[in-house]
Design a protein around this ligand. Sequence first.
Ligand SMILES: *[C@@H]1O[C@H](CO)[C@@H](O)[C@H](O)[C@H]1NC(C)=O
Ligand SMILES: *[C@@H]1O[C@H](CO)[C@@H](O)[C@H](O)[C@H]1NC(C)=O
Ligand SMILES: *[C@@H]1O[C@H](CO)[C@@H](O)[C@H](O)[C@H]1NC(C)=O
Ligand SMILES: *[C@@H]1O[C@H](CO)[C@@H](O)[C@H](O)[C@H]1NC(C)=O
Length: 186
Amino acid sequence: MKGSSIISWILVITSAISPIYTQYYSKTVPFVSNAEKVTNLHFFFHDTLSGKNPSAVLVAHGNITGNEKSAAPFSSVYAIDDPLTEGPEPTSEVIGNVQGLWVSSSKSMPTLMAFFDFGFTKGEFNGSSISVFSRNPISETERELAVVGGRGKFRMAKGVAKLKTYFLNVTTEDAIVEYNATVIYY
Ligand SMILES: *[C@@H]1O[C@H](CO)[C@@H](O)[C@H](O)[C@H]1NC(C)=O
Ligand SMILES: *[C@@H]1O[C@H](CO)[C@@H](O)[C@H](O)[C@H]1NC(C)=O
Ligand SMILES: *[C@@H]1O[C@H](CO)[C@@H](O)[C@H](O)[C@H]1NC(C)=O
Ligand SMILES: *[C@@H]1O[C@H](CO)[C@@H](O)[C@H](O)[C@H]1NC(C)=O
């Protein structure tokens, strides 16, 4: 008797506090912000496929014959956790890491499709990250990737990252790439 009345009280309380969902969208109002900010980020990206402790690891590839000479023939999918450093040397201070995937996505030009989250671990942007979703035509010495979002301080970010290959080992395809990103956020 007591037990069942407690249960009915719980039911009354939960139904009283559960919100009523009537519509999946809010009223649309103009987006007003006078707080847009811009920050430039400059760092080096170290993508290491070779050696005992690679930061980029092949996880899948199509069954294509004829281009096995390349470390990343068309259709190769790599999972990465690459360090980001202040300067170009691998011993330079680490300021964050990139996690995600890249896919060798072109049947003609060497191109990688990038699905990256750049997370920072130092300074003002420690704990924040930017999202990059873009094609990356790696044979061009200067190229750009789209910044499509962000987390933490970079919430709702948009922008562009300009890239320059600083070092490439054509045998192993290990690379060090200079990034200069312009990020606009609220
Ligand atoms: C890969 O392709 C070759 C040639 O088409 C075929 O003989 C082989 O069975 C395929 N291997 C796999 C694992 O699908
Ligand atoms: C970055 O943030 C983490 C988590 O809040 C903290 O443990 C770490 O000490 C911070 N590092 C720096 C260099 O501020
Ligand atoms: C590229 O990597 C190969 C294999 O590890 C190595 O033998 C060669 O010296 C490297 N080349 C450069 C320019 O670092
Ligand atoms: C990065 O890009 C900005 C904006 O285009 C430019 O002002 C700045 O000099 C660049 N920094 C480096 C280190 O290339």
